[in-house]
Design a protein around this ligand. Sequence first.
Ligand code: HGY
Ligand code: MN
Ligand code: MN
Length: 580
Amino acid sequence: MLQLFTRADVAALVGELYGCAPWLAERAWQALPLSSPAACKLRLAQIVREATHEQQVSLLLAHGDFSASDSGTDEAGPGGAWRMQASEGELRRMRELAAEYARQFGWPFVPDLAGPLARGLGAAQILGALQRRLENPPEMELAESLRQLHRIAELRLNGKLGLRPLLGEQVLDWCERLARHSEPPWREQGRLTVTYLSEAHRACAGQLREWMNECGFDEVHVDAVGNVVGLYHADRRDAPRLLTGSHYDTVRDAGRLDGRVGIFVPMACVRELAREGRRLPFGIEVVGFAEEEGQRFAAAFLGSSALIGAFDPAWLDLRDAQGMRMREAMLEAGLPADMQAIHALRRDPARYLGFVEVHIEQGPVLEALDLPLGVVHSINASWRALGEVVGVASHAGTTPMQARRDAACAVAEVMLLAERSAAAEPGAVATVGQLEVPGGSVNVVPGRCRFSLDVRAPADALRDRVRAVVEKGLHEVCRRRGLRAQLRETLREPAAPSDAGLQERWERAVAGLGVEAHGMSSGAGHDSMKMHRLLPQAMLFVRGSLGGISHNALESSTADDLQLACLAFQRMIEDFCVSC
Ligand code: HGY
Ligand code: MN
Ligand code: MN
């Protein structure tokens, strides 16, 4: 534990973590007591955030130039590994870019050289980060530099106190290893795509099943829609259960944590219970939901829809891009493709205490506040549709501009309308994520244009206001241009407010770690918004790195933050034990 009794103790600690900064030491002294290492890290980061620009830059200048050959900034152990394996060319390139960086920003490039697992980054990864961050505007790069400094301080504090985020490391290791199952061509590029019932998806199900058994779950099975379900029994057979989990499918070219963290955090906690031979007054049922992202078929949340008895039979006849029906894909994967079996998956709400989900935030809020965890108050309402505009394909060279019936230009107008109308409404977002001129040619005016629409907002009425403007705009644009349009709704989910009781349990769990329990809404959709229709639900968010980037291969978090998520999950379980 931290022995901080005198100003000198605090000054010495700050000196070890951040270098000589009397102003920081003095404010840290005034912030005592610091109830835990997490509280210490958080408070120091907040003091730095509240400091002046000059004080912040002075910390970075004190840190020094990592690329210099005699740099003292290599973190002992893993943080210095890169230097041994860097080529002469990489070292030279690093020094060139580091000098350019210092000229551009006025402070040295400060990287966490140890990485999310504190096992050391490779020279190529450091170079990649340096090149990426050179593109940042100054104020954004200052914030990123300070976050790197806090991460270095965190690793130094861990080293000083002999702390190892073992549960967080386990979660990250499982995420890395599960990511080996990916679909071509992403697999060959070391990138991640796992869509519903693909070969990679089935390999993931098998892997999750194996790991759940290794963790000590009493029952593990793959259900009729491909959910992987692990049950850890209570201390008596008729006890209620806590339901938890998240999805293991991904978007195309995905990050490795989205969904999967919400399966692995509970698994790591069940493994600890099993190792202790401990039984609780309730069971823990962990679900790896088979499908949440809606990538292969024009329907999403298939796994959680089955658990709430809302699996639409029409989905079985949806076709993927190759024309395969969902029912055929299910049969090929050894699933029954039978609605009776699927209906049987519906959970009896009377048997459950509720549904909790741990998920990466997938946004910038927690990182901007230097907070490792957040408690979700509500999940935004969302609406999705697939559209097609039909005009007339014609010769790009001979069709006068005023005689064209250009389907792509019409969709372009609608995209900008969607962007404008969402930007005009607080908290609303609108996205055209897919856009295609089927069979298009460089010298043909597009006769067809297909597109997707995704509209979300904190409240249903706000979502519907934006949706109505976009739909009306689409038909107005097509009327004016002499085109036809069709729009097929593929998803409509209401906003899902968290259950107050479950939310408070998460808040107590996070506060018990010495960390502020920041309440926030979720712009992303989650299995919780489906489970919301059957059970009380609440979510815990984990900070993402790099602005919380997600649905992107850069998606990441640290073993330390995931450790705190595991500790919060354990505390939430204890909280239930007290009231069970
Ligand atoms: O799109 C979403 O919000 C989620 O990642 N499926
Ligand atoms: Mn996602
Ligand atoms: Mn997700």
